[in-house]
Design a protein around this ligand. Sequence first.
Ligand code: NAD
Length: 481
Amino acid sequence: MSPEWSFPLADTIYDVAVIGGGPAGYTAAIRGAEYGLKVALIDSSDKLGGTCLKVGCIPTKALLFNAEIWDHLKHAAEFGIEGIGTPALNWAAVLKRKDGIVTKHIKGLDFLMKKNKVAVIQGTGRLTGPAQTGVHTVELTAADGAVSQVQAKNILLATGSAAKMIPGLTPGDRILTNIEILSIPQPPKSLVVIGAGAVGLEFASIFRSFGTEITILEFLPRIAPVEDEEVSKELTRLFKKRGIDVNTGAKVEKVETTETGVRVSFIDVNGKQQIKEAEKVLVAVGRAGLTANIGIEKTKIELERGLVKVNESQETAEPGIFAIGDIVSGLPQLAHVGSMCGMVAVAKIAGRKYRPVRRDRIPGCTYTEPQIGSVGLTEAQAKEKGYEIKVGKFPFAGNSKATILGNHDGFVKIVSDAKYGEILGVHILGPQATELIAEAVAVMELEGTVEELMFTIHAHPTLAESLLDAYGAVEGMAINA
Ligand code: NAD
């Protein structure tokens, strides 16, 4: 199905015009249409999906699945599978499969827009100021420079984010961001990864599986710094076991391209100058919200360190203008946060019930080997907030399904409130952690207690049983450890 782009109609006043067609924007557009609102979705690209679908979550996770299969093949004999000889990696086929997945889902979005009668308009949208008699006007610049207008009673800003760069560097074939690294012609022999957040850790994990020599340089004292400290510590140990050179407390001084690759100078944790040469360097030092050149200065919208301040219905200080996704201040830049912000905003616009997005109910998923899934407060955060806590920890070593999968790394950790047994945080490192965390999010959303969960039947044998054991461990009563 080919995309069906609409043209802005001068006499149409939409209920909602969404600027930006990533997960925040397209979800809001669909949900808005489901509420019966007349919706326009504006994107400067001719392909919907934003960073997540085109150069983020989806293609990265596609590569991670290839890496997982590749890792399994390396151990095929352990599983009694013989006769496959020496597996060879056809990288072009790996990239083709990844691109096919992306294309399929872009087409899927085109289908969903048609199905929901969302008007998809190609062009760059800019705010022109406050609403006039209840109607906002968005200035639309088409790819050929033609300027027109889209009118709507409400605007949703969903312009997303872009990778931050170390000053003085320009991405290219050796200095990579999440975009370039997704289409490199071959896995590099060596890669320096600057920044150990989700982007850095995931690419380190993928390319290590494919044999790349990896050096991680993280400025803070630990990798995965937003996670519980025990998760960072165990992931560091497991990454080192996989042969990844993990440097924390590392201050990058200079990144230069050489004849054959890159040279990265940094001061290590002991204050010693170090130089690392590699074929390529990945810069994964965070993402900046795309709030420039969208007309914010013509409105009352307030920015906080470059990101948009919103209230609990995602509305900005300018009535009728909402912000969702990576440009929002105070929330993590995650696709699933963006899409939920979008659903909240359109529910508010449609006069429907909604629950505001709560920071402590957001699952964080890092698709490394092993994976991280977490929600709520870390042990340190809970203590900082003054809770008296009880912690339960259960290692996957005691879980029979983990044994069947041949993957005993990691643990489930529960942080609970000692007084009422409320679950304050769940931190999982290990097999399928990104799937397992869904139970914990639902439990926390419904304010489940340790006692209730200790009597919640979990099927046997499953990885999910490790949660049951971890709830038990809070009271010192895990069964399998
Ligand atoms: P991030 O902010 O999560 O992590 C960047 C890391 O780089 C931090 O640990 C920071 O201390 C470090 N850093 C910054 N400057 C540095 C420097 N000069 N030298 C060394 N280290 C430096 O950013 P990211 O990993 O680029 O990800 C961007 C956003 O996208 C994040 O919000 C992330 O959560 C999101 N994301 C999520 C997923 C996922 O959910 N699986 C995957 C990819 C990206």
